[in-house]
Design a protein around this ligand. Structure first.
Ligand SMILES: N[C@@H](CCC(=O)N[C@@H](CS)C(=O)NCC(=O)O)C(=O)O
Length: 272
């Protein structure tokens, strides 16, 4: 609701919205007083905004969840190869100079698992963030496991060495880190596989954000040569996740973005 702060329309005109006191719950009447451009801009301004490098694995889960929940959320692409994450305006949002970052009417959130939680909790009726204590604890267990082990010590470690370093211009892959990531993958993929043998989804028969969080690294793990196919329960579970229309849509978006990014980079380097 516009409550007194001025609003800069796309045509450069500064508008003082009415205060809540003046229009009360009928604040939207004010919108009828302004032209269409301003109305449209006001809607954009009220939307959530998600900053992502679309080709990245960590963009996949948040993009898929956004579509799955039909959230009104603007996607703002950033280019990690060009260093957008180091721009002062971006650093003011995310001092880690990493993506994804979510902005919602002045509230800024980073860490993909926190973003998944925030989105799912806004649509509590979907149950993607469970309402019962044990369900919540179970999801939190898997989100923590994803951050600490699946991402940082295995899938993420290998893909950082094999792919991200090249994107970010951070030198050649380090074989020692790749070997350690591969060893860790064998250990943690076995844990995940065992957990999934007796269940449809990670916490039982309910789809939750734990599935979105852990599933998002599976396609890049395969691309990085990690032996996902050896783990039958992971393959069965991931195929089920990938069959969700929102997941399909996010995969296509990501693939198109990756192709475009690679051809732009190659033509910039004169190798296309
Ligand atoms: N734990 C973080 C990890 C985020 C992350 O590592 N993002 C990478 C994506 S490739 C990034 O933005 N890297 C940019 C950089 O390190 O400069 C999350 O889940 O959001």
């Amino acid at each position: 609701m516009p409550t007194g702060r001025s609003y800069l329309a796309s045509n450069g005109v500064s508008i003082e919205p009415p205060t809540a006191a003046k229009y009360g719950s009928h604040w939207w009447l004010w919108a009828h007083d302004v032209d269409d451009v301003v109305k449209r801009d006001w809607e954009v301004c009220r939307k959530m905004k998600l900053y992502v490098f679309l080709p990245s694995a960590r963009a996949l889960g948040v993009l898929a969840l956004k579509s799955h929940l039909a959230l009104d959320c603007q996607v703002q692409g950033i280019d990690l190869g060009r260093g957008d994450q180091l721009a002062p305006e971006y650093l003011a949002l995310n001092p880690n100079s990493k993506m994804p970052t979510l902005e919602d009417e002045g509230f800024v959130l980073w860490e993909s698992n926190a973003i998944l939680f925030y989105m799912a909790a806004r649509r509590s009726e979907t149950g993607l963030w469970p309402s019962d204590l044990r369900g919540q604890a179970d999801v939190l267990r898997w989100l923590a496991w994803e951050s600490a082990h699946w991402d940082a010590e295995s899938c993420g470690m290998v893909s950082y060495e094999k792919a991200s370093k090249a994107v970010l211009g951070r030198g050649p892959p380090d074989p020692a880190f790749i070997a350690r990531g591969e060893q860790n993958f064998a250990r943690f993929a076995a844990v995940l596989d065992t957990a999934l043998r007796s269940k449809t989804w990670l916490i039982g028969d309910r789809l939750t954000i734990a599935d979105f969080s852990i599933g998002q690294l599976v396609p890049s793990a395969e691309r990085m040569g990690l032996p996902v196919g050896k783990f039958a329960a992971i393959v069965r579970w991931y195929n089920q996740l990938a069959a969700l229309p929102a997941w399909q849509e996010a995969l296509v978006t990501r693939q198109e973005a990756m192709t475009a990014w690679l051809s732009q980079r190659d033509s910039f380097r004169g190798t296309a």
